[in-house]
Design a protein around this ligand. Structure first.
Ligand code: IPE
Ligand code: IPE
Ligand code: MG
Length: 265
């Protein structure tokens, strides 16, 4: 009873998960493909880049909600290795936006105990952004709160190629016996090393594809696609995604208890 009351009052101040959710089955790791910024802006007669600006607010709100509701890691797709093919003005706007947001938000991230990391080929990013990324990573490295991974110049295939190269180099140097390479050895070479695989993948804007995101890590993630454009992704949309997740029967290739009973085992 008192536990229930405590949960209710926590929810009243917005710091625990909504009553509709089972607090025991909150996904530990949520990955999100933040899509639809351009269409959100175009629907309002605004330039596409205004959608990216609005998308930052949605990301901040999502990070806070995930942290409050007990999600341990949030991995967001901010810029893919393929996004360089967009018009130069849009790419430049995005890089400048990443810099501004990092400068503006670093103190709050520190205060809220967020541990931020950037996953991807960071050397190809503008130097100023690289500096800000290094500073943010370092200043939040010891934080005990939610892990916030921002995939920037990230591509799943490139990540796997890089891992293969690193392993091959070690093997060629005689430091690694190829026969000992297993799934853990490979996973340890990925940008996500040390992070458990995502339980839930959310993609906004109705697109039903992976777009080169976390190809290895999403092997058994539950996929939730919403029609909502990313800048409109809010508490209600996140709640729907988590309710959808909690309605799933995760089998990981096995059979559930019901299926085993039906076979008389
Ligand atoms: C996602 O929104 C943000 C990035 C890829 C940087 P989009 O810019 O892809 O928006 P749409 O899909 O064109 O509407
Ligand atoms: C995926 O969205 C990349 C990010 C959200 C950063 P895109 O808009 O680039 O993907 P496609 O082109 O629809 O596959
Ligand atoms: Mg898109």
């Amino acid at each position: 009873m008192s536990r229930h009351l405590a949960a209710t009052s926590n929810e009243a101040i917005g710091k625990s998960c909504p009553a509709e959710l089972d607090p025991e089955r909150i996904p530990a790791h949520v990955a999100v493909i933040m899509d639809g910024n351009g269409r959100w802006a175009q629907a309002r007669g605004l330039p596409r880049v205004m959608g990216h600006r609005a998308g930052v607010e949605a990301l901040k709100a999502t990070l806070r909600l995930c942290s409050d509701w007990g999600v341990k890691a949030l991995t967001a797709y901010a810029f893919s290795t393929e996004n360089w093919s967009r018009p130069g003005d849009e790419v430049n706007f995005l890089m400048a936006l990443f810099e501004r947001v990092l400068q503006r938000e670093l103190q709050a991230l520190e205060a809220e105990q967020v541990r931020i990391r950037f996953l991807g080929d960071l050397q190809a990013l503008p130097e100023k952004l690289q500096g800000l990324i290094a500073e943010a990573t370092e200043r939040t490295a010891a934080n005990q709160g939610i892990h916030f991974n921002v995939c920037t110049n990230y591509g799943g295939r490139r990540e796997l190629v890089r891992a293969a190269q690193q392993l091959a180099t070690r093997a060629a140097e005689g430091l690694l016996d190829p026969a000992t390479i297993d799934e853990n050895t490979l996973a340890a070479e990925l940008f996500t090393a040390g992070e458990q695989d995502p339980d839930l993948l959310i993609r906004t804007s109705g697109e039903r594809r992976i777009s080169n995101f976390l190809l290895w890590q999403l092997a058994y993630a539950e996929i939730h696609v919403t029609e909502v454009f990313w800048p409109d992704f809010n508490r209600q949309a996140l709640l729907e995604a988590l309710l959808d997740y909690q309605s799933r029967n995760r089998r990981f290739g096995g059979v559930d208890a019901l299926g085993a009973d039906a076979l008389g085992s």
